[in-house]
Design a protein around this ligand. Structure first.
Ligand code: NAD
Length: 354
């Protein structure tokens, strides 16, 4: 067992649960990094991992990321994450999701779950049959809640505007060229918000049709998934996978700004320094992409008080993201730390590990 504690990503997790439900075929891991600020909040990912250690490392990294994200967003929530390990056929059944819900319920409120990659609102409704420690459920009328993707996209949109003002000294997005990697739930909505604001777009997605259709609708262009990081543009916005900023890809970047929603964008922590050395302004991922968890948290805490969450409250809290980014960039400039290091330092202090 010592190997588990020694993993760099273990980073003093409070507890890690391994779940197996033979009847439904569920295999899942729930990792709680910190409950210092409140119940550990973080989504559930449904993913096929080539090997099981890959799933362990992923959940640990994501869980710590949620501790930092929730702390930096000023939420009374700790950080946790769950992964459901998909089998070779990627079968996901209601029975599996209900078994997962029972596991969440068994933690008695220490962990609050919601959607992540591979898990839909409909899936969360299955989970919610077995536990009340769940958020991201369909919202009624004008209330906050449901799919966090649009809220995440809104925060990234505001963050990109702040980055353009800060780095390029431009007050308007008119003609600002943004290259977007991934046009799914977050990237697709971000593209729409940017297009409405006058930005020029280049889009790429492994689903060519999705990127082509959206580009045609918004009057943008497309690039291949191999080319998108090297597009000559003002902002590169990663909204697909983590780990995409490494030595080779940073060397190829032509954009002076990297700001997008993908979790864990830096392949390794030192890649924050590689970006800074190229004078590329980096928006720490868990700071700029907190819009979704802000919505999820408001929905959850409102539910525990027997009321609906107010969408204007959620938008107001998301509206704090740009100032938070600017203050990180300014501290980075004054201290010689990178923006990623400044964000990590602040987050660690907030969760009592500074
Ligand atoms: P999604 O699955 O809806 O979209 C991801 C898109 O990326 C898909 O369209 C997929 O085809 C595309 N893609 C995959 N590999 C690609 C590649 N190599 N090149 C280009 N495109 C590729 O997921 P999402 O909810 O939009 O989340 C996107 C990212 O943002 C993920 O890293 C996720 O963890 C992160 N994130 C999402 C939220 C949220 O609220 N949904 C919140 C915070 C962070």
């Amino acid at each position: 067992m010592s190997a588990m504690w020694d993993l760099p990503d273990y980073d003093d997790h409070e507890i890690v649960h391994f779940i197996r439900d033979i009847d439904s075929g569920l295999s899942a891991i729930i990792a709680l990094h910190s409950t210092h600020l409140g119940p550990a909040g973080g989504g559930t990912r449904f993913w096929h991992y080539a090997d099981k250690m890959g799933a362990v490392k992923d959940v640990l990294r994501l869980s710590r990321g949620m501790s930092y994200k929730n702390a930096m967003a000023g939420l009374p929530m700790g950080g946790g994450k769950a992964v459901i390990l998909a089998d070779d056929s990627r079968t996901k059944t209601p029975e599996m999701l209900e078994a997962f819900g029972r596991a969440v319920e068994g933690l008695g409120g220490k962990y609050v779950t919601a959607e992540d990659v591979g898990i839909s609102v409909a899936d969360m409704l299955e989970v919610a049959k077995q536990t009340s420690y769940v958020s991201g459920l369909p919202a009624q009328g004008d209330h906050a809640g449901g799919d966090p993707g649009p809220f995440t996209a809104f925060g990234i949109f505001l963050g990109i505007r702040a980055a353009v003002r800060h780095k390029l000294d431009r007050d308007s997005m008119d003609g600002v060229h943004v290259a977007i990697q991934g046009t799914g739930s977050v990237g697709g909505r971000l593209a729409r918000l940017l297009a409405e604001d006058g930005a020029k777009l280049t889009l790429a997605d492994i689903n060519d049709d999705a990127a082509n259709d959206l580009a045609a609708e918004l009057g943008g262009e497309t690039a291949s998934t191999d080319e998108i990081m090297g597009v000559d543009c003002d902002v590169f916005s990663p909204n697909a996978l983590g780990g995409i900023l490494d030595d080779a890809s940073i060397a190829a970047l032509q954009a002076p700004i990297v700001a997008g929603g993908a979790n864990n964008q830096l392949a390794r922590p030192e890649h924050g320094r590689v970006l800074a050395e190229r004078d590329i302004l980096y928006a720490p991922d868990y700071v700029i992409n907190a819009g979704g968890i802000i919505s999820v948290a408001h929905e959850y805490f409102a539910k525990t008080e027997g009321r609906e969450a107010d969408v204007s409250d959620v938008r107001e809290r998301i509206g704090e993201i740009p100032d938070r980014l600017v203050s990180i960039w300014e501290e980075a400039k004054d201290s010689g730390l990178t923006s990623a290091e400044v964000a990590d330092k602040r987050a660690q202090t907030l969760i009592g590990r500074g």
